[in-house]
Structure formats: C-alpha cells, structure tokens
Write a protein that binds this ligand. Sequence first.
Ligand code: C5P
Length: 313
Amino acid sequence: MVPRKAGTDWEILAPAKLNLYLKVLGKRSDGFHDLDTLMVPVQLCDQLRWCPENSGRPVQAESCSLTVDSRALNPGPSLHSLNSSENLVLQAAHLVAARIGRPPHGHFQLTKRIPLQAGLGGGSSDAAATLRLTNACWKAGLAESELAQLAAELGSDVPFFLHSGPAICRGRGERISTAAGLANLHFVLVKPSFGLSTAQVFQEFSSSKEQIQSSNDNSTARLTSLIGALQAGALSTASRWMTNCLESAAARIAPEILCIKNLLADAGCRGQLMTGSGSTLFGIARSARHARWIARQLSAQSMGTVLVTSTSW
Ligand code: C5P
C-alpha cells in the first residue's frame, strides 16, 4: 500500500482482508477481546484519491472534504459527499492533522468496491490508506511507529492494513507479526444481502459458552500448523486448521451463514469459512480459473453477491 503521485493528486489502493484463522482468547477489562488471527490482504480493493482542490473549486483552507462513490456496490446513483467525521477516512485525516499541528486540507475521493459490514476490513483499510496518503501528500513526516499508534486508535484492524502483507495479529489486533512465504491463494466470496455489526457478533460470542472452549484451545500450535501448510501450498491440510470461532455466534444472528458455507463446500471449495465477524463467507479454489467457475455456479443460487479474488503481496 504505497501512495502514488498523479499530477497534483495522490492516490492509493486499500485492499480487503480475509481471516484464515480467528480465535478469541478472552474478554479484556477494556471491553475488547484478545485475538489470535491470521489475516491476508486480497486484490479486491477500494481506491482513495486526494486532490488539493474539489472539481476546480478550492476547498476551505482549514478543512477537508470527502466524496464516496459506491456505484460498484449499489445499483443506481450512489455518489455522495460526506463532511462529518463519522467516516474513518475523515477521522484518520483529522488525526494526522492534529498530530502534526496543521489544519487538514484538500478533497478525498473514495471509490468503494469492498462491501460494508462484511468482515472484509474495508473501513479499516480505508483508514490505513488515509494515514499513508496524508503522510505523503501533506508531507507530514510521521515515522512508522507514530502511524502505527494512530492506526491502533482508529480501530482494531487498522494496524494490519498499515503493515501490509499476510500477518498474525494478536492483542486487540494491534500486535502484528509477519507471516512470510505463504503460497498464493484464490478465493470465492459470497457476501449475503445483509451485513453484520462487529460489536453485535462479539457480544453474542461472549454471552455463549464458546468463549471458554476457545480460550482453552492450544491456539499457537494450531496457527503454526496452518502457516506451515500454507507455506507448503498444502490446501487440504491447511483447510483442516482453518477456523473462525465467531462463526457460530454470527450464525445464531443470521442462520443463512451456515447455508452459504455449505453451498461453498458443495460447489467444490476448500477451507470455506466466514471472514472476521461476517457476513462474508469465502472458500479456496484450486486456481483463479476454478474460482471463476465456482462463482458462476454460485451466482445462480441468489444467496448474495459472489466475487472472486486472490491474495495480494
Ligand atoms: O476496533 P473496532 O472499532 O473495529 O471494533 C468494533 C467493535 O468490535 C468494538 O467496539 C468491540 O465491541 C468489538 N471488538 C472486540 N474485540 C476486538 C475487536 C473488536 O470486542 N479485538
């Protein structure tokens, strides 16, 4: 994720992620949960552009603005301006501006391709991309350690996207270690018509007995076995170690989750799993061509939006 200069503008790609492994180790006193997760970035991505002016009109010197183009996600016109700091792009931009003690400025254009409330990390990736972009276009000069600190303030998944590349994330998600040498993987994704709230899925999980079961597991050994299998390109072995302990909680909120998981298996995928806190399910195909073939079969089932993507590193 490196910002690129395009004339007076700057742009950057913000990839989605998939969790190939997710264990919740316990609830913390701050209300968050300690995790042990393996995340990989994929080619499906949003695009963020920053320009010093908004369509020829200079933007206010002491503020920045954002236009979101969601036409790839929603049929019909879906181009809107956001000035509130609810969006993670604006939040990240304001955080950088506050850190360097200068007012934010310019206009951001966000092209959304990553579905929302999908467990694909779209909002978090946009936030990490904004940190990188503003550090470049505002010549903020923040060090990696300062960016990492801002990333952790913005959300649990943001540090992963700042790191870039496959990684094991621990703690709330902010303790990152690189998972090097993984074979490339090809995925089929099914995003149901509904999304799931991360907070709601964690709440459902922590009110169930699954929490105790998962924290008693030997997670590190299992994760090490999974990474070994993925480095060797041994898909069948890898799929045996893949798990997401939030899946049952999500399926209690939305039982369609399990139907889609079964459909992915029936269609010939390996290692079918929910990503993050859902609602997207994914499966691994033998090749990009195999993924496209499975996607064509699944599109006929009308269970949601079917996408294909591959790892990106
Ligand atoms: O950090 P983020 O804003 O993505 O988290 C959204 C919600 O998900 C949190 O408010 C919390 O309820 C839950 N969460 C959690 N433990 C984590 C990550 C998220 O409980 N490690």
